[in-house]
Design a protein around this ligand. Structure first.
Ligand SMILES: NC(=O)c1ccc[n+]([C@@H]2O[C@H](COP(=O)([O-])OP(=O)(O)OC[C@H]3O[C@@H](n4cnc5c(N)ncnc54)[C@H](OP(=O)(O)O)[C@@H]3O)[C@@H](O)[C@H]2O)c1
Length: 264
């Protein structure tokens, strides 16, 4: 428990909240300036032990608040944060609009909405942020300084948040499904499970780093692996015949539509 004014209060010490706090501490934040508000006493003890942060079971005042509870708990938590006089709120809850956040915190608090993804757990996330019209450059810079501790941050208009959610929020699952399918195919083609598993994990790591670090487009990188009439060309032809591009577009469309529906 603490009553001093922290630099940052993080409400919700679950997967995302702890990953963000871990990233901030690793990037040089003094852990004693961070208070994590969490209702689970065991999680509090773990966070204090692992990261050296303060913990509390009630919302405390801070220079800014990061809200990392489930979407259904966000409005109530926003109201509690506003009551402490904390001037800025950053919510990472899926589907909770800036207008809803702003309404819950009132006109004296600035609200920013963010959509991170699970690679934030290994500090390789990508987070899109958007704010209300009251949001200044300083408010955006504050939000970016927090979220950049766990990966890349991009600013988007809120209208694009459903598409961001469909591509980057849900995206890790698309990649993991592809890894699952490749693993099953490798085993079906006669590879032992441990070899297939090592091949697939390193394939995604290596290709991901190559793509992220290269100035080439994904299409150019693909072409560089594909000799005419070679093995890759034979494999890729099956994807094209099966209309993979159309399938991927439909996948993203369905996820974006669901995101829009959940935000209502
Ligand atoms: N995980 C993702 O991939 C992802 C991606 C983008 C956005 N998000 C968003 O991130 C948020 C957190 O997700 P998560 O996966 O980290 O969830 P999580 O692991 O369940 O973490 C939420 C934590 O907040 C605690 N909590 C709930 N109400 C509270 C309150 N009033 N005061 C203090 N603590 C409270 C929960 O405790 P109990 O468990 O005891 O309820 C839990 O420890 C969600 O809004 C989600 O939409 C997640």
């Amino acid at each position: 428990m603490t009553s001093h004014t922290s630099r940052l209060v993080v409400i919700g010490g679950g997967n995302m909240g702890s990953a963000l706090v871990g990233g901030l501490v690793q990037s040089g934040w003094d852990p004693s300036t961070i208070t994590v508000v969490e209702i689970d006493a065991a999680k509090c003890a773990q966070l204090e032990k692992d990261l050296g942060v303060r913990t509390s079971n009630v919302v405390v005042a801070a220079e800014g608040a990061l809200i990392a509870v489930k979407p259904g708990d966000v409005v109530g938590v926003c109201e509690q944060v506003a009551a402490t006089g904390t001037p800025r709120v950053l919510s990472i809850a899926a589907g909770i609009s800036v207008a809803t956040l702003q309404q819950a915190v009132g006109s004296t608090v600035v609200a920013v909405r963010a959509m991170p993804n699970t690679p934030a757990l290994v500090k390789e996330g990508v987070t899109a942020i958007c704010g209300s019209s009251a949001c200044t450059e300083e408010d955006y810079a504050w939000a970016e300084s927090l979220l950049s501790a766990v990966g890349l941050v991009v600013r988007v208009p809120e209208l694009q948040m459903d598409a961001v959610t469909a591509v980057a929020g849900s995206g890790p699952a698309y990649i993991f499904l592809m890894a699952e399918a490749l693993l099953a195919a490798a085993i079906a083609e006669g590879l032992p499970h441990d070899v297939a598993d090592a091949l697939v994990r390193q394939l995604f790591r290596g290709s991901g780093i190559l793509l992220a670090d290269s100035s080439d487009s994904p299409a150019t990188l693909r072409e560089k692996v594909t000799s005419p009439n070679g093995t890759t060309a034979a494999g890729l032809a099956v994807f094209e015949e099966s209309k993979l591009r159309e399938i991927v577009h439909n996948v993203v469309k369905a996820a974006a539509a669901r995101s829009a529906e959940m935000g209502k």
